[in-house]
Design a protein around this ligand. Sequence first.
Ligand SMILES: C[S@@+](CC[C@H](N)C(=O)[O-])C[C@H]1O[C@@H](n2cnc3c(N)ncnc32)[C@H](O)[C@@H]1O
Length: 341
Amino acid sequence: MRRLRELARRSRALVIATLMARNLRLGIALRLRPAKPVLLGARNRGFSLEQSLACVDWVFADYERRGLDAERIHGARILELGPGDTLGVALRLIGAGARQVVCLDRFATVRDPEQQRRIHRALSESRPRSERERLGRALSPDGALAEGQDALVLIEGTGVERAQEAVAGRFDAIISRAVLGHLWDLAPAFEQMDRLLEPGGAMLHKIDLSDHGLFERSGRGPLELLTVSDRVWDAMRRHTGLTNRCLSDSYREHASALGYSAELHPTRLIGDAGDLEGGALRRAGRAGGRRRRARDRAHASAAAVAVSRALRRRPGGRWVFMVASKPGSPAAPGGRRAGSR
Ligand SMILES: C[S@@+](CC[C@H](N)C(=O)[O-])C[C@H]1O[C@@H](n2cnc3c(N)ncnc32)[C@H](O)[C@@H]1O
């Protein structure tokens, strides 16, 4: 049986057929039960408490590094898209002085309430007293969200493409990690985000451009996903949440078309196992497009490069961080543009 499974994993046709079947099954299940919890975003499943806390810290630090710093967070109203199974990042923002954080997720993610309460309690205990006091606005002593509080609001079952149906008012920042790559259509999502963002506000989106292991797991090239026809890919992904295969530039183009000043920062390159950090991150930031392209090419297989050439687009990194600033003056407090350092 294990051998059979291994064989199936190695066959491109079987990988595609399996995903199409899963997509069909999920589509029927979601039609019968729209609020059915899904595994997409259940990152903390099987994590120890330490791993979960480290992960929250790491994601929070990532936003800080890109300009969502204390000054910008203080007093801000922030929209987090697709938090997945933990509200840890939202809590860190409240601890850092955010007025309100609204988490909006298209799906209800499978989560273990007891594990989440433990994460919230430990996260609160690990923070300085001033942060703990702020967290008391959102959390009850057992780590659950406090009754009647509105510092942290979780809305499930609405995608960002229809955000205004579920969320009122405007935000100072909109953030996400590993979410935009799952959007079905970028245009309505960017339009909605623009309507929800205050003038001078910032979007910080970390985008996963990889195939989420689909073909790579079976030893195929990192760009194999681009060789599947659109029709087949759509039949594999509508309900499974597989990546939309949009190339990095398309995100920037959508933001720029709305008048934003948008920057893309590759944080992990094709062929690299780890994130670019510290010196490596700075070096990659300085590297011109030509050098980055050369590095991507060196890592990608010849076949994958041929595909990307055929598409006449640069695939860019495997993960990119997009920081986009909306024109206008930011509402006080917090005046500096995100990503300006
Ligand atoms: C890969 S998970 C990432 C979860 C979390 N941000 C993390 O970094 O672990 C993708 C998340 O985006 C959510 N999502 C997918 N499509 C979405 C959409 N159109 N609008 C809002 N959230 C969406 C999923 O439900 C899921 O929670």
